[in-house]
Design a binder for this molecule. Structure first.
Ligand code: GLU
Length: 409
């Protein structure tokens, strides 16, 4: 069982020590408002029926409708989804968008399903959960292993079941199905904006070297953006392992190679490296962009990066946080660093409800302005409270959550 929720609560306790809040808020944040576990029967291609377990955790609606992705992973369980929903509560508050926190999941390895099975499973998740969803209630989105196409199936199923044609219940949809310009690359692009906003404060050179763990939507897009803007991508990896070149990689070429060969191994002029060793490479910016609990007390001492930009959710344990802080390695926390995805999701929701379509330029400019402002906000709080960026980001979120609680009464 994942212990991510214990980690998340530990982070909260540490933040409360530097930024105390009312007993009322503290008590509320210890528990999700609602958790739903459902069984999803799926007709498999061979005619048999298999039942999958699905989840939605609605952690906090203090600041708006629940918001957060749906994860498809063999290790996804209610405990992990609860932790991810908790982090969404803080992420939407740090970004200052009018949303609460939620998360969903299905325990499944989607690589083992055919396209048809995947579609029936995704529609089944909606059929089981649609009564608790809706544009004013809970707005899901993609997460690990869920794609715009899956969002289209889900949005379509929701519209069929409810007759709601506003299309504002799911975000991260394809562009021709009510999606927003810029949503695809938003988490990576937002991560870059946060890095830019803090680059000088964290004393990073003009052109940095980066190491990226994970090349799904988030890691893949981050690699392309850092590379395109003149930085050197030293290493990339997928769930099986990574490749490394001191001369730097071309992320597009790496992605094409993986598409053709199904793996990274054998990419010309690179050394193979395990996901564990990749984290310990010397570099300016280390970007974990895969799963939780990658940097722990076991390896924290071996980290040689100057700064860690958390594009995954929960990649660093609290024990590792302390080691890294002592070593002078700044950790730009997930709730700030990877918030670009949910910010553009919220722009998508807004466009759907208003019947508008904003240009990519407009979306990315709004995103950059928001993330630059909130990154500086988090940084100045860390100086004022004499603490790390994670506690500072939580403090900013707590201030906004407390404000919401007060106005609601
Ligand atoms: N799954 C993403 C996250 O962890 C995006 C959530 C969303 O767009 O609502 O932030």
């Amino acid at each position: 069982m994942s212990n991510a929720f214990d980690e998340a609560q530990q982070q909260l306790r540490r933040a409360l020590a530097v930024y105390p809040v009312s007993d009322d808020l503290r008590a509320r944040l210890a528990h999700p408002e609602r958790e739903v576990t459902v069984s999803i029967p799926v007709k498999m291609d061979d005619g048999s029926v298999k039942v999958f377990e699905g989840y939605r955790v609605q952690y906090s609606s203090l600041r708006g409708p629940y918001k957060g992705g749906i994860r498809y992973h063999p290790d996804a369980d209610i405990n992990e989804v609860r932790a991810l929903a908790f982090w969404m509560t803080f992420k939407t508050a740090v970004a200052g968008i009018p949303m609460g926190g939620g998360k969903g999941g299905i325990t499944v390895d989607p690589k083992e399903l055919s396209r048809g099975e995947l579609e029936r499973l995704s529609r089944g998740w909606v059929e089981a959960l649609y009564p608790v969803l809706g544009p004013e209630r809970d707005v899901p989105a993609p997460d690990v292993n869920t794609t715009p196409e899956i969002m289209r199936w889900m949005a379509d199923e929701y519209a069929k079941l409810t007759g709601d044609s506003r299309n504002g219940t799911f975000t991260g949809k394809p562009l021709d199905y009510g999606g927003s310009e810029g949503r695809g690359a938003a988490t990576g692009a937002g991560g870059f904006d946060v890095f830019k906003a803090l680059q000088a404060e964290l004393k990073l050179p003009k052109s940095v070297s980066v190491v990226i763990q994970g090349m799904g939507n988030v890691g893949g897009n981050a690699a392309k953006i850092f590379h395109a803007l003149g930085h050197k991508v030293l290493a990339m990896s997928d769930s099986k392992g990574g490749i490394y070149s001191p001369d730097g990689l071309d992320p597009d070429a790496v992605e094409n190679y993986k598409k053709e060969n199904g793996r990274l191994k054998g990419f010309p002029r690179t050394k193979q490296i395990s996901n564990e060793k990749l984290l310990e490479l010397p570099c300016d910016v280390l970007i974990p962009a895969a799963l939780e609990n990658q940097i722990t007390k076991k390896n924290a001492n071996n980290i040689q990066a100057k700064v860690i930009l958390e594009l995954a959710n929960g990649p660093t344990s609290t024990e590792a946080d302390d080691v890294l802080f002592k070593k002078g390695i700044a950790v730009i926390p997930d709730v700030l660093a990877n918030s670009g995805g949910v910010v553009v999701s919220t722009y998508e929701w807004e466009q759907n409800l208003k019947g508008e379509h904003w240009s990519e330029k407009e979306v990315l400019k709004k995103l950059r302005m928001l993330l630059t402002r909130e990154s500086k906000n988090v940084y100045s709080r860390s100086k004022k409270l004499k603490t790390d960026l994670r506690r500072a980001a939580f403090a900013l979120a707590l201030e906004r959550l407390e404000g919401a609680l007060k106005t609601r009464g």
